[in-house]
Design a protein around this ligand. Sequence first.
Ligand code: FDA
Length: 368
Amino acid sequence: MFDYLIVGAGLAGSTLAERLASEKNAKVLVVDRRSHVAGNAYDCYDDSGVLVHRYGAHLFHTNDREVYLYLSQFTDWHHYIHRVLSWVDGQQLPFPINLDTLNQLYGLSLTEETMKLFLDERAEAQEIKNSENVIVGQVGKELYEKFFANYTRKQWGLSAAELEPEVCARIPVRFNRDSRYFTDVYQGMPKQGYSRMIERMLQHPNIKLMLQTDFTEIRHLIPYKQLIYTGPIDEYFNYAYGRLPYRSLRFEFETLAQESFQPACVVNYPNEFDFTRILEMKHATGQKCEVTTIVREYPVAEGEPYYPVPAKKNRELYQRYAEEAAKMDKVYFVGRLAQYRYLNMDQVVREALDLFARLRSQDITRRI
Ligand code: FDA
């Protein structure tokens, strides 16, 4: 009998499998319905030999030293600082908006001080009820229209005025020339990729891995003592209260016979096109080769569950499932799908490490 059945070989499931097997000598079975490990962080070499991310660009960044050190046991890091450009009025401009963005866009030579005055004149003070209020309150209507309005509408299928303030509040405005997308202390990419890192996490004699296996197929066949579930929480409860809505993405991959296509890993296209952005992972992975693969991202309503739709009614629906989950004995829900939250990779690893600490302390209490 397995001590733990873990559903999902993404970062949440793999972190728990590794910790339980290594630290508690537990016998663990990990199942995933996909044909590969690493969940959405999965990367692989495409037919042209370019390392690509199948489920969207994954850039690692964290301020959590313990998480960084934990993952560093399974990978070396390629040093990479993520930067994003935004195609606005025929120019590729630094994003989030900073001093250089405004100077290039308007042909000005603002300083840190005068940028503040420039934006003060444009920002429209307002009560913050939605994401549009957040941005217009910071930079005014014109910059909102140029950088945010259409991007947000494409991304969510909703206008910024229909989205909760938190969605756009995450994006800062910088009164200096700092063009980093993330400001976290630790930033980089696993040197041989995420899949390799996660394969190493799962390489423990106590861990058995079954791919292309759905939990529902084996839940009554394979004996186990405790369950860790990282799949969609509504699916676990057979959609008893209805489906939790997600926004999805369609990826259009294209390999080009040239070394590089664009000057940064991500270029946003807020306005002219149906896609929201073009990714070129070579900038992030540091891979050197004569060809490159780019990916156009098209937000869509149906498909793989990517982004929980940030609306009050969805949070309330999730809450009903969370209440059911809390009543369960020896079943633990962790990860982005089980918690119906957009979580970065470091947050998922943090939650998995915290759950492991709780499981270990329960065990110690039981023995006492
Ligand atoms: P994840 O989805 O990775 O794994 C869950 C696994 O469970 C899947 O493999 C699934 O197949 C399996 N599963 C589900 N139900 C099952 C069932 N019934 N039976 C068997 N298996 C089942 N974060 C970050 O830090 N930097 C970044 O740049 C990005 N970029 C990014 C881009 C996009 C487009 C998205 C949507 C997300 C990001 N993220 C990110 C977030 C990142 O993807 C996320 O933090 C982790 O993938 C979460 O890991 P989990 O293990 O929770 O889920």
